[in-house]
Ligand binder design. Structure first.
Ligand SMILES: [Mn+2]
Length: 333
């Protein structure tokens, strides 16, 4: 349970806030930041949003007036060191702000963390982390409703809707409850059109992304039992298709789209290592599987990044480990 009155107190007692989120921000990250920004503005506060990355092109419709700034040490370290509070949304490990981490850690500011991921780092006495929420956007919704700090009008409803829609896989993952639909109904009453948001987020692909998806599907394979589906994307494929890193978002779900699949794994070669995303649709905790490789996440969705290692080294290793999980967790049933 999150004590929303406690968050309200922090907002009331401070004036300037720097809002940030995780590396390669998704719609929950960006949407939560923008909703929180509008809330603070309406309270007469001085908010800033500064992220490690630029906003992905398919989420730019949420930030038409360019409120979100991309971190530049010369410009933003001063802001980090001058605000009262640094707000972390949709992350709970400081390493997730990457280039900003050092300045943030040394800033001595009040840290306010609002998130729904497992295994938080204890970065502050003000940790509001609850993994029972579908998304950070849903937490912001509840914060506004419970504290009555402002109204849920279109300006706030739109980014929250985008956050919830994407983090629930368009209202199909396990935290898609009746209660969540009731909250979503209020967002629609505020003027959000589901079709338009979906089109902006998912049907806004550039040619490179679609070609990359084609290559990803060509690479889709399964282990011998068909229970593990996996996709491998190399830097060569990325260059060949003209896509960029963020275009890979969501592809991992195709790893679970074959008939008997229980675990999906996407291997993505980075410039300086690999990124591995895990999904499961049964009783297999892929957050534990990801943890074996230094990562983490949710029960059904997790991931890790490994630096200075090669794809060849890890593909078989990870699949073999995943097979052990299949045996272990199915045997328990
Ligand atoms: Mn999220």
């Amino acid at each position: 349970m999150i004590d929303f009155s406690h968050i309200k107190e922090i907002l009331n007692n401070n004036n300037s806030f720097l809002i940030t989120t995780h590396v390669n921000p998704d719609a929950d990250a960006i949407g939560s930041e923008l909703a929180f920004y509008h809330l603070l503005k309406r309270l007469g506060k001085e908010p800033y949003i500064v992220n490690n990355n630029s906003t992905p092109y398919n989420l730019e419709f949420l930030d038409k007036t360019s409120l979100i700034q991309m971190y530049n040490k010369e410009v933003h370290d001063n802001i980090i060191n001058s605000v009262d509070v640094i707000v972390f949304l949709d992350l709970n490990h400081l390493s997730r702000v990457v280039r900003m981490e050092e300045t943030v850690r040394n800033s001595g500011k009040i840290f306010l963390c609002i998130d729904h991921h497992q295994n938080p780092e204890n970065i502050s006495e003000f940790m509001f982390v609850d993994e029972s929420f579908s998304s950070t956007g849903e937490i912001i919704f509840d914060l506004i409703k419970e504290t009555k700090l402002t109204d849920i009008d279109y300006e706030i409803a739109l980014p929250i809707y985008a956050a919830i829609m994407t983090d629930t896989g368009s209202f199909r993952f396990e935290r898609t409850t009746a209660d969540l639909h009731r909250k979503t109904a209020e967002l629609l009453e505020a003027g959000v059109t589901p079709k338009d948001v979906f089109n902006e987020v998912y049907d806004n692909g550039n040619l490179g992304k679609l070609k990359l998806l084609g290559e990803a599907l060509v690479s889709l394979n399964t282990n011998s039992t068909g229970e593990i589906g996996y996709i491998i994307i190399t830097q060569d494929i990325l260059k060949k298709t003209g896509a960029d890193e963020t275009d890979v978002d969501g592809f991992v779900n195709y790893c679970l789209s074959t008939k008997n699949s229980k675990i999906g794994i996407l291997f993505f070669e980075l410039n300086n290592g690999i990124k591995i995303s895990f999904r499961s649709k049964s009783d297999i905790p892929v957050n534990k599987l990801a943890a074996e490789f230094g990562g983490g996440g949710h029960f059904h969705a997790a991931g890790t990044r490994l630096f200075d290692v090669s794809l060849e080294e890890y593909v078989n290793k990870v699949i073999m480990e995943a097979e052990k999980y299949l045996i272990k967790y199915q045997a328990q049933k």
